[in-house]
Design a protein around this ligand. Sequence first.
Ligand code: ADP
Length: 681
Amino acid sequence: MRAKVDLYHLRGVFTFVGVFAATIVLPGLFLAYYGLAGIRAQQRAGAAEVERVANGTADNFQVGVEALFKGFEDGTLNRLKAGQSVTSGLRGISDSLRVVFRYDSDGVLVFPQSPDAEDALEDQELFFFAPWQAALHAERQQDYSRAAALFAQASREARGPELKGQAVFARANAAQRAGELFVAEQLFTEVLSGYAAVRDAYGFRLGDLARLKLGELRLRRDPIAGEAAVREHVELLLAEPWVIGRGGEAAVARRGIDLIAGRANPEWLGRARGRLEDRASQLFWAERLLPELETLGAKGRMLRVAPGEFSYSRTDEALWATTWTDEDQYVLGLDLSSLMLEIGKIAARAAGPESDVVAVIRGPDDPGSDAPLARRSLAPWFPSWSLGVYPRDAVALLRRQAEERQRGIGIILLSVAMITVGTVLSARLVQRELEVARDKSDFAANVSHELRSPITQIRLKAEALQLGLAPDEAAREKHYDIIVREAERLSRLVDNVLDFAAIERGRKTYTFRPGDLGATCARMVEAAMVAMETRGMDIQLTLPEDLPVVWHDADAVSQVLTNLLSNAAKYGQEAGWIRVNVSAAEAGTSDGGGSGSEGGVLVAVSDGGIGIAPEEQRQIFEQYYRSSDPQARRKKGTGIGLTIVKYIMEAHGGRVSVRSAAGRGSTFTLHFPLRPPGPSA
Ligand code: ADP
């Protein structure tokens, strides 16, 4: 029967559990599952993202390096096509281009020129020549006239134009220093006309030096004409063929430019200086790099490619690019360290400063220990070199990935935990609701049962009286008593049910008046006395004389006492006694009630009956609750009596408490405060 009832209530529970599972638990589990899958996917995506960034960096780098070389090749080809020089203004082609060699179709170096064997400097015979030595001595003494005379003697005695020319030039210098400017000018003119091509011990052509001196002297006399002469001389020097290892012309030209720097047209000056630097720099690099180039093969000849194409080779200090026109071969020398600097910058730009990866250039000697995320070869320019892209901070990257994973898992675990807690709490609520539902259905059954028995009694006794079945006065009296008692019981029950209904609906109101609570208690004990005695129970009341006045609703308090007394009679029948103890609560005693600290009145109803298990002592005040103890269950009841007691006590601003031990009886204590209760609900 009970199982059937449970099943009836369980239908709703099943629906609830179904809805709960469908709307919370299953989606929660799905979410957790997909969350975990998501974390895995995110990890994979994270790794893929790093790889994508690495590849992007490597691609950027490759594009950058290609652009660098394309700029270089296009710059070269455009000049060749336009018929412009690729041997000057090298910075305009590439920052790293230092020198260009041009070979003719026979493989002969035509630019810059190699020094001729005949151009080799004369031996230094002059230094061992007596008049020359004496002249140098006089110069050191600053005796320039004597020096000039000794150089004149040397020039007469010297053999061959080289020695003669140098002596004449030295004499001219000494004369100038001695202040014989006219003589000096004549001698410089003589050098210019007679010994122009002779080179001195430092590789300077005497003609160039003499011409510079003449310009200097002329400038002093006639600045305009002097400047024009020096300028013309500088132009001539700059137009001279470039010969590797010969810096003299450039040095003289530089001195000439400095001489007229204050006067000359700045635009001309700038251009002249630029050409000079170009020449000086290229000759410097040509001298330095030509031996390296020659190690590549005879006359630097490299892979023959179609006109407009380039082939590359590398030596220690240079990357050599070669291209061909129909007639000539051009070998362009790029300075390796400068080029690596440029490529390094491209690598740094390719990754960017904020990126998680770094781009490192790896040479054949430095292959790197870890496998890179991405790699790009530097062929065809540097076949054995490559770019490797690595995590900037591999440890931090791994840690970040781990943190992300942990956070994700943490969130999922938290959600699962919350769903679990929610499920457990819900299950307990469901269980509780189930109990209430069961109690409620019990309540309906109990009430009808409780109603039936007094009605039956009343009817039986009334019918007996009506039919004259009571033989004598005493029997009739007994019948009347039973009818009255059962009617009272009936009305108590009906009162309780109606009150409970009113309480549930929030409609119950009370009228509080200051009054003698002791008198109310005494009346109720009195009223109960007869019924108790017929049950063979002893009831005793202890009532002090000077009780304080207590605000109370006498009818409601009567109902409270009725309920407590009938419980004591019901559950304490075997012990056979009930004590009602009314006392004044002392102000300041902390009995925990609202009345304690201010004083008040306590009414304790005790019995020696079955008692209440500790775990049930709170629940008994809940509506419909009846003890699960079989001893208590045997007694009839509805489970609302104590609920009404608790409600009425709270309406009085007081409370009810219970002290009980199973099998040893119970004491229910009512705590009434002295102050008037607030307006009743
Ligand atoms: P009932 O109609 O079942 O008596 P109550 O609300 O008055 O309903 O009481 C609730 C429960 O508290 C009872 O079912 C019983 O188990 C327990 N109870 C109440 N008074 C006593 C008592 N004096 N001794 C033992 N148990 C009691």
